[in-house]
Ligand binder design. Structure first.
Ligand SMILES: [Ca+2]
Length: 197
């Protein structure tokens, strides 16, 4: 056992054990130059389609309300009404469109993605508030595989939310549903990705 072994854990040790004590001056605990090797594996293949909500009805006005069951937000299921907001109404995080999770009231969108059992996935999306409810709290629930999470926002700026899970099935439901009922504006969402192996 040596210092590197303790710091790095079990995965790296075998290769350089004989050299660990003689090479490069050693590594002190807390040395900022030592990269974090555990828990930081980069995973890069996004398995969500239409992540940026760009494949959606252009509409005539600043936003288009999609009703329950609408199929025009490509690859997404509309559980309850939402808005597709155009850039003239709400500056999106990317592209020319974003989503308001409230249409006529609390709405939802979902997509079932292919997953590998046991593999790790990272859900990322950007949150803001729809223009008519900037400054008031709006909330939603994320379902991501075996887990759920509640989150809220008040600002009109975009901020990134990140969640991780290990897949328990060969297909996984990713769902965002507004928990702000009885109001016609809610959380804005854009650029929802799920990166896996
Ligand atoms: Ca977009």
């Amino acid at each position: 056992m040596n210092l590197k072994q303790i710091i790095r854990g079990s995965t790296v040790v075998g290769l350089g054990l004989g050299f660990a004590l003689t090479g490069c001056g050693g590594v002190e605990p807390g040395d900022a130059s030592e990269p974090a090797e555990l828990g930081s594996t980069e995973q890069g293949i996004n398995v969500v389609t239409n992540s940026g909500f760009e494949s959606a009805p252009a509409g005539v006005y600043n936003y288009t309300i999609l009703s329950t069951g609408a199929t025009t937000l490509t690859n997404w299921t509309i559980g309850s009404s939402i808005k597709v907001m155009h850039s003239t109404y709400k500056t999106p995080h990317g592209g020319t469109k974003s989503i308001d999770l409230n249409g006529y009231g609390a709405g939802s969108i979902s997509q079932t993605i292919p997953t590998v059992v046991g593999a790790g996935y990272t859900v990322r999306f950007y949150v803001s508030n729809s223009p008519n409810c900037v400054g008031v709290s709006r909330s939603a629930k994320l379902t991501y595989g075996p887990s759920t999470a509640s989150f809220s926002n008040t600002s009109g700026s975009w901020s990134l939310r990140t969640y991780v899970f290990n897949a328990t099935s060969t297909s996984t439901l990713i769902k965002l549903e507004s928990t702000s009922g009885g109001v016609s504006c809610g959380l804005a969402i854009d650029d929802l990705t799920v990166d896996g192996p």
